[in-house]
Design a protein around this ligand. Sequence first.
Ligand code: SF4
Ligand code: ZN
Length: 375
Amino acid sequence: PQRQPQRRCRFCEKKPQLRRPKTGHAVCRDCFFWAFEAETHDTIVSSRMFSPGERVAIGASGGKDSTVLAYLLKTLNERHNYGLDLRLLAIDEGIAGYRDDSLDALRRTEVSLGLPLTIFTYRDLYGWTMDEVVRAAGRRSNCTFCGVFRRQALDRGAGHLKADKLATGHNADDVAETVVMNLLRGDAARLSRCADGVTHTGGGLPARCKPLKYAYEKEIVLYAYFKRLDYFATECLYAPAAYRGHARALVKDLERARPAALLHIIQAAEQIRFRTDARMPELDTCRLCGYVSSQPVCKACVLLDGLNSGNPGWLLANPRLVRLSNSSSECLLMLGVIAPNAAVAPAPGAAARDRHALRRRILDDFLNLFFGIAF
Ligand code: SF4
Ligand code: ZN
């Protein structure tokens, strides 16, 4: 049956101008702004995301999410006296025809919001642009390189700015997608923290915050549209990553069938606590570059080693080593730092059995929680 068009905004006397994708409420523009901003404020306050006097680096790309995030943080900081020193931090991956255009949009945002912008480039940090990486390593693993490099680049940039927190524009769709992806990979360490609004990495790195973790992507687009925010709307030339693409499609299907599914996935993941025998990474410093790392050699150095030695292809043969390796010896083995021997090489089949058992357990836990809490 077709829904009757509503004559009044859910919250006031005005004519509704949109139906909120998250709640289905017909609302006027002003009440949409009010609700969207109040929900973000609530996310920030309820998780004690920031403290007065902190410097917050906003990871900004010129895209819709980070542009809305920068606008909202500035607005809420003034409205509610958070007392934050806000900075824009951008990473230039070196993707011609994509990042250069989005950085132009970001420079206009720098001016319109009056927030200082700092840009770090992959070329300066790693000696490679993404365009060069793709030429050397092909298209299949580009997002693995890019993701590892960006994560570290943001940390380095935030460190350079002496920021206390690093705020990113991850929205509810992104978080739900990451939950599903970590579940499907059996990645217990990441699954248990990927839905957190604030994640402390330790090692002197700034905590990462996701003020938009409950904001639906569709509402971010509507907010940017009605606020006439200036952002760059094209997808990366090298997107999407194959596996994340499947998780994304699944999450979008679920949202179509039931809009609240996104929130339920996030809320279910927030409740997951693992038994203490699930291995969590411990922080150390990389033996090659000295940067904070959970492995003896950080992922960026492992990838750079492949690129610089003209042999990035090993990644395609064994992507799990980069993505999932929790064992300190695996990276060193690959780099030839230590020789393989019985002491470090697990018995054949044992690791696979462990992983299989872990996956089963996570899936059981997740399904119990998911259906117990969400429905
Ligand atoms: Fe990098 Fe992949 Fe994102 Fe493009 S889609 S910016 S290659 S992570
Ligand atoms: Zn209204």
